[in-house]
Unconditional design. Structure first.
Length: 626
């Protein structure tokens, strides 16, 4: 969700701040702003509702020079999008400015108390309350005696104590950076439940809510953990823990290439990422398939095979697209490994109390590793003593750090809000996981070898599926004005139908629903009419003829049919109005291959309808609030 940037050093801060905010546009936002301390020592804030270009236009008329600054893109939680509600927010008397991701749950109580003490507020946000609370705590700290400490040391202690005092009074989550008017040589950053990354340069430091703004500027980063606070100057970095005092911080390599966060000749990140899928799948499988043992190999599960063999139930928990990948994983694991699997909405699991015995293994599935509901569900499962592993794309993310182990996707940065390559990488990892558990139990050596052989062909299958782009665009041209779509599949392709419908909803703002094809006659078939296309996923398989019958039911009621079929199909032509051929693959790989034309269909309809493909309205890439 919202994006944070910050800079302190010897260069002009504004250049990094604006470039960094552009790198964070993918997270979703409705306003943006920056704050800096100019050469005259004035703390100045400029912000604008709308896109970053609107902010840049204001800065051209009134630039803010300075070598220390902070910036923010806001996704509204408290108060509608407006200049007043945009970040950064001032504290009392403009002694500081703050940018903040997360939610302060008790902000109303704090606001009432501060108003009683004479504080006046310009917005309705929870963040401005936090800014005033910090400035109130700073006033109290400045009134205390110095006890003979050197001035510089006293200043840093004073600022740290003020921020820590304020944070001890709030309930909720935060990733934040504070800029102080009277102390322009220091920034204070802190996190609890919302990511914060610090880039280490030569006599300069960069701050952001993820590492993408730092690409090309530094190759060394520090991830803050929950309850940690950083004191950042141009040439120093000190990290303190709420309960432990100063702690050593690990400086890690930034392993993102500049090409991974550029458009690379594509019009949109989504289309770039759709076409990156053959390579992202190769990366997901690299080094993880052992033909000698006919199984998958994972180095980060942190549980020995004896412990894993005792698992008698698996819980997969996730949100959104990752939940659909989990549903694919349920089919995969139950079929290949014969282990019962439960798929849980993370937002529901965090508040449920389902019966789960000690032999239940939990996997939290997430692209960003910061999804608040998934993180909370994982924490609840860990609290109850369950082993909780992660399937995640972002190294250093909260879920990656807090899980007991897991599997990284290695799909590379996903910038488009609508997930594409992360979904197919998650499905691929789950297929390998199903193979691994299958080989721990009943799956034979020869069966394992056959599965590996098909997995190794998967990138080529996806390459071939990408060649449907021209045909898919023609289908999109035909149906671009339709405002309702149905997506229908069975078995492995039921979750794929849900994912295809979600993609269309996310970026085209077109109502779409996914169903098991056989469920149509139990109610949804009432929606069928000449302006409601049904997208059927109908590859060869043991329910092929059943789905054909479901298609007949739609055609009998005058509904147009778009069929995604294997290239070995010779029967659907007589029924479907439009046909998209993809490679014929084994059933366990069909969700991955069949999702590609669905991604392309959503993309082309969105473009034809004039939608902002990479930054759809109301959505955020990483949902870090409940």
């Amino acid at each position: 969700m919202c994006g944070i940037v910050g800079y302190i050093g010897s260069q002009e801060a504004s250049e990094y701040l604006i470039d960094g905010l552009r790198r964070l546009e993918y997270r979703g936002y409705d306003s943006a702003g920056v704050a800096a301390i100019d050469a005259g020592g004035r703390l100045r804030v400029t912000k604008a509702t709308g896109r970053i270009d609107d902010l840049v236009a204001r800065l051209k008329n009134a630039p803010i020079p300075g070598a220390v600054g902070i910036g923010h893109t806001r996704w509204a939680t408290h108060g509608q999008p407006s200049d007043e509600n945009a970040h950064p927010h001032y504290g009392a008397r403009h002694v500081l400015a703050i940018v903040h991701n997360g939610v302060i749950e008790n902000y109303q109580q704090l606001k009432q108390r501060l108003m009683g003490a004479g504080h006046q507020f310009e917005s309705v946000t929870d963040t401005e309350v936090l800014a005033h609370l910090i400035s109130d705590c700073l006033d109290k700290q400045e009134a205390l005696p110095t006890n003979g400490r050197p001035p510089a040391e006293h200043v840093y202690d004073l600022l740290v104590d003020a921020v820590q005092d304020a944070l001890s009074q709030v309930r909720g989550t935060y990733g934040l950076v504070v800029l102080f008017r009277n102390h322009p040589n220091v920034l204070i950053a802190a996190r609890l439940g919302s990511p914060m990354v610090i880039g280490v340069g030569h006599d300069e430091h960069f701050l952001a809510s993820d590492a993408s703004p730092m690409v090309g500027r530094t190759d060394k980063i520090v991830y803050l953990a929950d309850h940690e606070l950083a004191v950042v100057t141009g040439d120093s970095l000190k990290v303190l823990h709420r309960d432990q005092g100063e702690v050593a911080h690990a400086v890690e390599p930034l392993e993102i290439d500049a090409n991974e966060v550029s458009l690379g000749g594509f019009s949109h990140y989504m289309m770039k990422e759709i076409h990156e899928q053959p390579e992202s799948l190769r990366n997901a499988m690299r080094g993880r398939l052992s033909a000698d043992d006919a199984t998958a190999v994972f180095g980060g599960l942190n549980l020995d095979p004896q412990r894993l063999r005792q698992v008698n139930r698996i819980c997969l928990t996730a949100c959104g697209t990752s939940l659909h990948a989990a549903m694919v994983g349920e089919y995969l694991i139950e079929e290949l490994a014969r282990i019962p699997v439960e798929v849980e909405y993370a937002s529901e699991l965090r508040y449920r109390n389902p019966p789960m015995d000690y032999k239940t293994l939990v996997f939290a599935i997430t692209q960003s590793g910061e999804t608040a509901d998934t993180l909370a569900a994982m924490r609840e499962c860990k609290r109850k003593g369950h082993a909780a592993l992660a399937i995640c794309n972002v190294v250093g993310s909260s879920i990656a750090q807090e899980s007991d182990g897991g599997i990284f996707l290695h799909a590379g940065p996903e910038i488009g809000v609508a997930s594409t390559k992360a979904f197919t990488a998650q499905c691929t990892v789950l297929a390998m996981l199903a193979l691994y558990f299958g080989r721990l139990h009943h799956l034979s050596f020869e069966a394992g070898r056959r599965i590996i052989a098909e997995l190794q062909k998967l990138p080529d299958y996806v390459e071939a599926a990408l060649e449907t782009d021209r045909v898919v665009r023609q289908v999109a041209l035909k149906y671009q004005q339709c405002n309702n779509f149905l997506y229908l599949g069975r078995q492995y392709n039921f979750p794929t139908a849900l994912e295809g419908a979600l993609k269309l909803k996310e970026i085209s703002y077109v109502h779409a629903e996914g169903y098991p094809a056989a469920e149509m006659k139990h109610g949804p078939i009432a929606l069928v009419e000449e302006n409601t296309p049904s997208v059927f996923l109908i590859p060869q398989g043991f329910v092929y003829e059943k789905v054909l019958a479901n298609m007949e039911e739609i055609k009998a009621r005058g509904g147009p049919v778009i069929a995604v079929v294997g290239d070995d199909d010779a029967h659907v032509t007589q029924l479907a109005d439009d046909i998209i051929h993809v490679p014929a693959v084994p059933e366990f790989l069909q969700p991955i291959v069949m999702s590609v034309p669905l991604q392309l269909l959503a993309y082309h309809i969105a473009v034809l309808r004039g939608c902002d493909v990479d930054k759809p309205r109301n959505l955020a890439k990483s949902v870090t609030v409940e």
